[in-house]
Each structure stands twice: as structure tokens, then as C-alpha cells.
Design a protein around this ligand. Structure first.
Ligand code: BJ8
Length: 430
């Protein structure tokens, strides 16, 4: 893809040589992890194509949208309401990064001991490797975890285009009041940046688009309950990752087309692994593109991942929002309410997440739960204790993993995952 996009990348200010190297590494990783899988659904071809053009055709589309007067809004968190961005005709793009890139540059600003996701989004920007950051008219941050909120100060110094939403950390009445007012402030900011008013018609249209997208993702998630599993965890993870980048209407169509195919697979008992293969639920910190490490290890050890209790997964689409608002004010309140149903470990207490994990494990017939925390992601690392304690009540096998984006611990992780699978198998045999 490189030749034909070189001019575009140059005009965005990317470091062309380093960018070329990054694309080569990504292509290799994708081939090794994704294209080597057996019995993939035909519908995955679209998502393979999206990944092959993630810095190409999708960026061309964003440039075209900008030429039509639309704005690009970059985000890092599920709490930023996509409905509001679409209501001002904006394009919403997830900026979280899932690879060790630009580490040396990032560590000039950040401590070594900070979560890999934060280091990576700073690294991508500082090394001139992210066409999405460069295309963004506004970057919307949020005061969820300490690392992110402090990194946004630096990112704003570098880019001059960061806006931060203040997150409550408790879902109390005071917390709700703060959040409702932050949602209204974001609506005003988006109007100011785009020059477009949020009308009732626009808000309903935008909410309908997001509703359809969530419905398609829910459909995909439900199909994974079948045994044999009709799709691998790796492929389902990829689709969830792509949901933050793609045109939402096209994405929804393609997910639904894939689900039609998966419906037929389920009916005919066709799967990616034989019936009775051990099934694992993964829960924890988000896995941004191209963080496929844990799923690759788990599925490479003869099991299948059947769900992700994660922001790149169930937390993104679990709660729906009825797209029939009666006024803009009522719509903003309903949006604020809906987003506060997300159970992120940045909140205290966060009992809802424990229930979510339990419910998912039952619904998806998972024989074990692997808790995944990025190293130095304090909210999830600490909450792992509560997750373990809660799962202990139903005796679902549990494994706790803390890792980063490097490949150095692959062997050690594989050994631990394999030992865990043996424990699960023992349980299944009893
Ligand atoms: S709603 S999970 S997307 S804050 S950056 S918390 S990995 S130390 S991303 Fe998140 Fe919103 Fe919550 Fe979801 Fe940990 Fe790293 Fe912080 Fe992170």
C-alpha cells in the first residue's frame, strides 16, 4: 500500500522511514497470527482488508471527510459518547495504541513504569507514526486513570488540541450530576469546534447509527455462546478493535453479514475448533490494535476465547440506548445515563463489573476466566482481587495475568496458560 499513499503520509507529517518499518512489522504479525488461523469465516475477509488499509484507504476517507467540512474527533475511552460526535457530523476515531512504538521518545516525557497503552499513544505521536492523531481536529481525553489524565497535559502541550472531560469516580448522586454536566459541556465544545448545532433530529439519527452498531456487536457476542464456537476469539477481538476506526454504518453492515454466516455455522454445527474445546473468558484492561498477544497465546494452546469483558469487547456494547429522544436536553440526559452504566475499574465501588463477569461466564459457557491487566494499570491490577474472590463463589477457575506489549514474556505466559488449561480440563472431566 505504501507507494500510493506516500504523499498523503508526508502531508500529515509522518516519519516516512519509520512508518514504513512499522507497516512491515504489522503486516508480518498479522500474517503470522491471523492469516494462519484455520477455518475462518469468509466474512473475515472484509476485516482483513480493513487492517491492510488501516493507514491507507481509511485515512484517504478521513481526508475526504475533512474536505467536505467534517471534523475528526480522536478519543481514548468508552465514556466519550459517540452519539454526540456523530450528531455534529463528526467522525469518531479511537486513538488507543497496542504496540511498543516510539518508546524512547515517549520516555523523554513519561516514566518507564507507566502502562503500555499510555506510553504507546504518546510514542505513536512523538515518533510521527499515527495518521489518526495527525488527522484529528480535536482529541477528547478524560480523567479516568491518573496516568491518562496526566499524559493528556503533555499531549496537549505537544498537539495543542486536547479537550478533557472530567470523570466522576463514584456513581453517586454528586457523581451523576458532575457527569451530566460534563456531557452537556462536551456537546457545547463539539458544537463550537464543528460550527454545527446539535438538533433533536441529528441526535436521534446519530443515536440510531450507534444503536445499530451495538446491536450488531451484541449479535456477534451472542453467537459465540455456541459450542463449537463459530468464530475464534482472535477474530472477534479484531472486529471489536475495528469498531473504533471504521465508518459505523459500513461496519454494522459487515458485522451483520458475518453474523448471517455464523448463524449458518451454528445451525450446521461448524466451528473453528471441535465441540468440547475448553472455552475461556478474558476480562480486564482494553486490548488496542495490534495487541493480539494474549488471545494468540490462549488460542495457540488449544482453547477458544469466547468473550472479552473489556472496553474492546462487551463493555462497549452491553447497554443499549433507545434512539428516540423527545428533546435535545432529554437526549443528553439519556446519553449521560447510558454511559454511566459502563463498569470501568476507575470507578469505586465497581461491583457491577463482578456481576458482568459472572453473567458472561455463564452465558458463554466459559470453563475459566483469565484476568488480564496491563502492567502498571493500577485500577485493573487491584480490582483483580475482587474478581478472583467473586469467581471463587462459583468455583470457576481463574488465572491472573499482568503483562505489557513486549514479546519477552511470551514463553512464560504460554507455560502459565497451558497449566491453567490443564486445571480447567480436570474440572471438565469431573
Ligand atoms: S472505560 S478501561 S477505555 S478508562 S490507560 S485504565 S490500561 S492504566 S484504558 Fe480505559 Fe475508559 Fe476505563 Fe475503558 Fe489502565 Fe492504562 Fe489507565 Fe487504561
Amino acid at each position: 500500500m505504501s507507494e500510493k499513499y506516500t504523499e498523503m503520509w508526508r502531508s500529515l507529517g509522518l516519519n516516512l522511514e519509520a512508518h514504513q518499518g512499522l507497516l512491515a512489522v504489522l503486516t508480518d504479525a498479522y500474517q503470522g497470527i491471523y492469516l494462519s488461523q484455520k477455518n475462518r469465516p469468509e466474512g473475515m475477509k472484509y476485516f482483513d482488508f480493513v487492517i491492510s488499509e488501516v493507514h491507507g484507504l481509511r485515512i484517504v476517507e478521513l481526508v475526504e471527510e475533512k474536505n467536505k467540512g467534517k471534523q475528526i474527533f480522536g478519543t481514548f475511552c468508552l465514556y466519550v459518547p459517540e452519539e454526540l460526535i456523530l450528531a455534529v457530523d463528526g467522525v469518531s476515531i479511537g486513538l488507543c495504541a497496542g504496540a511498543d512504538v516510539g518508546t524512547e521518545e515517549a520516555e523523554k516525557y513519561l516514566p518507564r513504569n507507566i502502562c503500555a497503552l499510555i506510553k504507546a499513544f504518546m510514542g505513536f505521536k512523538l515518533a510521527g507514526l499515527c495518521p489518526y492523531v495527525e488527522s484529528s481536529d480535536l482529541i477528547i481525553g478524560e480523567t479516568t486513570c491518573d496516568g491518562k489524565k496526566k499524559a493528556y497535559e503533555i499531549l496537549n502541550e505537544i498537539t495543542g488540541k486536547v479537550y478533557v472531560m472530567e470523570m466522576p469516580h463514584m456513581k453517586s448522586e454528586e457523581g451523576k450530576r458532575l457527569w451530566h454536566s460534563e456531557v452537556r459541556k462536551l456537546a457545547a465544545k463539539l458544537t463550537q469546534v464543528s460550527g454545527k448545532e446539535i438538533t433533536l433530529e441529528k441526535l436521534n439519527e446519530a443515536a440510531a447509527v450507534v444503536w445499530e452498531k451495538r446491536k450488531a456487536l451484541q449479535r456477534l457476542a451472542a453467537l459465540r455462546a455456541a459450542d463449537p464456537a463459530p468464530i475464534s476469539g482472535l477474530d472477534a477481538l479484531l472486529i471489536n478493535q475495528v469498531s473504533f476506526y471504521d465508518n459505523p454504518v459500513r461496519f454494522t453492515q459487515m458485522v451483520n453479514a458475518l453474523c448471517d454466516e455464523l448463524d449458518a455455522r451454528v445451525k450446521n454445527g461448524v466451528g473453528v475448533a471441535p465441540k468440547g474445546t475448553p472455552r475461556i473468558l478474558v476480562s480486564g484492561s482494553p486490548m488496542a490494535i495490534p495487541n493480539w498477544k494474549l488471545h494468540a497465546i490462549i488460542e495457540g494452546s488449544g482453547t477458544v476465547v469466547v468473550g472479552e469483558e473489556s472496553c474492546v469487547g462487551e463493555r462497549n456494547f452491553k447497554t443499549q440506548l433507545d434512539p428516540h429522544f423527545t428533546s435535545v436536553e432529554q437526549g443528553l440526559a439519556a446519553i449521560a445515563e447510558r454511559y454511566l452504566t459502563i463498569n470501568c475499574a476507575c470507578f469505586t465501588p465497581n461491583e457491577g463489573r463482578l456481576d458482568d463477569i459472572q453473567a458472561m461466564a455463564e452465558r458463554l459457557h466459559a470453563g475459566g476466566v483469565i484476568h488480564y491487566a496491563l502492567q502498571f494499570c493500577t485500577p485493573y491490577m487491584v480490582e483483580a482481587y475482587k474478581v478472583k474472590e467473586n469467581l471463587g463463589k462459583t468455583a470457576i477457575p481463574y488465572l491472573r495475568i499482568e503483562t505489557d506489549y513486549s514479546m519477552e514474556d511470551m514463553g512464560q505466559l504460554k507455560t502459565r496458560v497451558e497449566a491453567f488449561i490443564e486445571v480447567m480440563k480436570d474440572g471438565m472431566a469431573r
